[in-house]
Design a protein around this ligand. Structure first.
Ligand code: G16
Ligand code: MG
Length: 220
């Protein structure tokens, strides 16, 4: 039986991708690197330090900054990003999410969060969603970023369910790969994702009726 639904944060619960982008674009620009929205799409679900590494590679500057300077760049990005989170209110919740979480609870299925963002607690409280999940995996405890399954496995463990009893929902390719590697069923939100067990174009299609029907389909 389905025992838990585990959510990604950025791109599924709320959309902070453009805030990450603006902060990274400023920091990259200061380092003499130009990034655009297309490049930014590849950073979805990727941890802060790994994102920085990819940006430096993109600009051909992977050896231009020592460890300490890279930490400073990442810190500067985070300061800008956290400042921009001040604009986030409960209206920033993506369509259908509040109802879905309510309906999942009614069905006695657990809810979890598997975000690699170290700012997840801050974002949840800005959205007034601090108590919305039964368990939130702690990104600070996870050494390997998505597509490694670690964060989803930590969420399953925290909820006391086996991966085979859970659905994971993601908007990033690295996230879908992580869910599949964990042995959970994967739901992809958005276009051009590969290997999702169920593909939806936006969170408006993400209803309890849809999720429970999908689970039954996959288990007969
Ligand atoms: C999010 C974003 C990524 C970001 C990462 C780390 O992942 O999609 O772009 O780099 O968190 O965020 P922070 O710098 O706040 O620790 P997710 O897993 O919520 O999609
Ligand atoms: Mg995401």
């Amino acid at each position: 039986n389905l025992k838990a639904v585990i959510f990604d944060l950025d791109g599924v619960i709320t959309d902070t991708a453009h805030l990450h982008f603006r902060a990274w674009r400023t920091v990259a620009g200061e380092a003499g690197i130009d990034i655009d929205e297309t490049f930014n799409a590849g950073l979805k679900g990727i941890s802060r330090m790994e994102s920085l590494r990819r940006i430096l590679c993109h600009g051909g500057k992977e050896n231009a900054f020592d460890n300490e300077q890279q930490q400073a760049l990442a810190q500067r990005k985070n300061t800008l990003y956290v400042q921009s989170l001040a604009s986030l209110t409960r209206d920033a919740l993506l369509p259908g999410i509040r109802q879905l979480l309510h309906d999942i609870r009614l069905a006695n299925v657990k809810t979890g969060l598997a975000s690699v963002s170290l700012n997840a607690p801050r974002i949840l409280s800005a959205l007034d969603m601090g108590a919305a999940f039964d368990f939130c995996a702690d990104a600070a405890q996870i050494a390997r970023s998505k597509p490694d399954p670690a964060i989803f496995l930590a969420a399953c463990q925290g909820l006391g369910v086996r991966p085979q009893e859970a659905i994971g929902i993601e908007d990033a390719q690295a996230g879908i790969d992580a869910i599949n590697a964990a042995g959970m069923l994967s739901v992809g939100i958005g276009d051009d994702l590969r290997h999702a067990d169920l593909q939806l174009s936006s969170t408006t299609e993400l209803t309890w009726r849809c999720l429970s029907g999908f689970w039954v389909d996959k288990h007969q």
